[in-house]
Design a protein around this ligand. Structure first.
Ligand code: XBP
Ligand code: MG
Length: 254
């Protein structure tokens, strides 16, 4: 007979003879959401915004999906752009590497315009979970490598700024020194929430995000996205296609 058995509820039962001891995990107090790929499939819009920015600069650089898939290994758009120039345009690095902040700011402006006039929607089950979490008085948080401007742009066309205002901690890539996979952005979220990692659940879509959340000791659920399907999600609590298909049930965590 196994000494440890993991119950569906998340309790660990230890059975030395007839003695039954239950170690109950702390009740969930907060859900921390990643943004790109988790709240919404936004990476194609990011890619289009990068390509439009390149055109505006008169550059013949164009990131197709295969290239973008590789570049997503570098989180944070400005880091990604720098990496691309160094790896794929080394002859032009002298001219462009110092311009990446300006280029990335232009890309952010274009992304905002595209978001406002596009048809991005939240991924299945996201809105339902946010509404349920508010109903159950859970704290809501965001931990993302993207900028606050882009988070605002997404909420403006989806659940609205009033719902974003219900988030107790909105932690973005432009507030931390090191973006994911570094744990900084999740550590900042924990600090602002004033909670311990085991009171939180992170929801992520990528192995980079998973590494970041796990390095901050936060249990993590994965909803894989268009660009991250098939990645190695070892260490995740659960992996599902999306919150709706995976029938993620918040009540089992309360
Ligand atoms: C994913 C990212 C972001 C976006 C682009 O962020 O790495 O960099 O691809 O956004 P998340 P920026 O942590 O939400 O998955 O150009 O604004 O960085
Ligand atoms: Mg993501």
């Amino acid at each position: 007979m196994p000494v440890f058995s993991l119950e569906a509820s998340g309790t660990t039962r230890i059975q030395p003879g007839s003695l039954r001891l239950f170690i109950v995990s702390k009740p969930l107090k907060s859900i921390i959401f990643d943004v790109d790929g988790t709240l919404a499939e936004t990476e194609e819009l990011h890619r289009a915004a990068f390509n439009a920015m390149f055109e505006n600069y008169g550059l013949n650089w164009h990131w197709d999906q295969a290239m973008y898939g590789k570049l997503l290994e570098v989180a944070g758009g400005r880091n990604r752009l720098q990496f691309f120039i160094e790896q794929y345009q080394p002859d032009l690095a002298g001219d462009y590497i110092d311009m990446t902040a300006k280029m990335h700011a232009d890309k952010t402006r274009i992304y905002g315009e595209m978001m406002a006039s596009g048809d991005v929607s939240l991924r299945p089950g996201v809105e339902r979970l946010i509404v349920k979490a508010i109903e159950k008085n859970l704290k809501l948080a965001i931990a993302t490598s993207t900028s606050r401007k882009n988070v605002d742009a997404l909420f403006a066309v989806t659940m609205g700024q009033d719902v974003l205002a219900r988030f107790q901690a909105i932690c973005c890539g432009d507030e931390v020194e090191r973006v994911k996979p570094d744990p900084q952005v999740y550590q900042l979220a924990l600090e602002r929430l004033n909670l311990s990692p085991d009171e939180c659940l992170a929801i992520e879509d990528s192995h980079i995000g998973l590494t970041s959340a796990l390095s901050a000791n936060i249990p993590t659920l994965i909803t894989s996205s268009a660009y991250t399907k098939g990645e190695d999600f070892t260490g995740a609590e659960q992996v599902m296609e999306d919150l709706e298909t995976g029938k993620f049930d918040l009540s089992s965590r309360l």
